[in-house]
Design a protein around this ligand. Structure first.
Ligand code: JDQ
Length: 225
């Protein structure tokens, strides 16, 4: 899978060098590139933002640098999924992660300020070979699209075969609802600071263990924990 991020802070994506994703990159499972939006500005000041039409506080990112940056990607690769991060987008979830994990090339448009001129998404929705997704990572506001893109990249790339260390845990996840995996977890020692691991988990009775985990996961989800 190819992943390209577009941002005025391309260094924000250096964590992708680390850990699982870095390893997947070195094995060529993921081809990652972080591009600087300012490389696609045409004025002396390398401007990327301007005041909003209609007035109001803050600045809006101008469409043209985004247009030039995205066109430069389309010159090499005419089939992309363009993900525009925005607090007003459709909520990201595991189902969306699974769908995106089958994509060839994910392009993340990571805005700052008050976001990107709405015409960018509108324009690329009309370009054949481009699927536009406006995505939110949750009902809270962060300062820009970069951290939201990192969340999505981690959720998506761990679903690519070979990226995660233990495929059995992925297989287990894929057969379950996300909430059904939220059972309590323990490891050795069996007693820690006078707290015992539940007896059933030491029993070796896998039927009973499965039933207990199901009940505990349900109890937790009902408590909204
Ligand atoms: C951008 C912003 C609008 C502040 C600029 C680009 N789930 C989620 N929360 N926040 C975002 C996504 C997000 C994504 C991209 C962003 C926030 N901002 C800041 C935008 C109003 C206020």
């Amino acid at each position: 899978m190819k992943i390209t991020t577009i941002s005025i802070f391309p260094e924000y994506f250096s964590p992708l060098e680390l850990s699982l994703i870095g390893k997947a990159r070195s094995q060529s499972l993921i081809d990652f590139k972080s591009i600087n939006l300012r490389d696609f500005t045409t004025d002396n000041h390398h401007s990327v933002d301007d005041t909003p039409y209609g007035g109001g506080a803050g600045m809006v990112m101008m469409a043209e640098p985004w247009g030039l940056a995205i066109d430069s990607i389309l010159e090499k690769d005419s089939e992309i999924d363009l993900i525009i991060l925005t607090p007003a987008g459709a909520k990201f979830n595991q189902k969306k992660a699974e769908k995106l994990s089958g994509a060839k090339h994910l392009v993340f448009a990571c805005g700052r300020y008050e976001g990107i001129d709405t015409r960018v998404g509108d324009y690329y929705r009309g370009v054949s070979g481009v699927r536009v997704h406006e995505i939110s990572i949750g009902d809270y506001v962060v300062n820009g699209g970069e951290v939201a893109a990192l969340v999505i990249i981690e959720a998506v790339t761990r679903l690519i075969p070979g990226v995660i260390g233990n495929p059995a845990s992925l297989d287990e996840e894929s057969h379950n609802e996300v909430g059904a995996l939220e059972y309590p977890t323990f490891t050795k020692p069996a007693i820690w600071r006078e707290i015992n691991v539940p007896e059933v988990l030491l029993s070796g009775n896998h039927g009973q263990i499965q039933k207990w985990r199901q009940e505990e996961a349900k109890r937790r989800s009902e408590l909204g924990q």
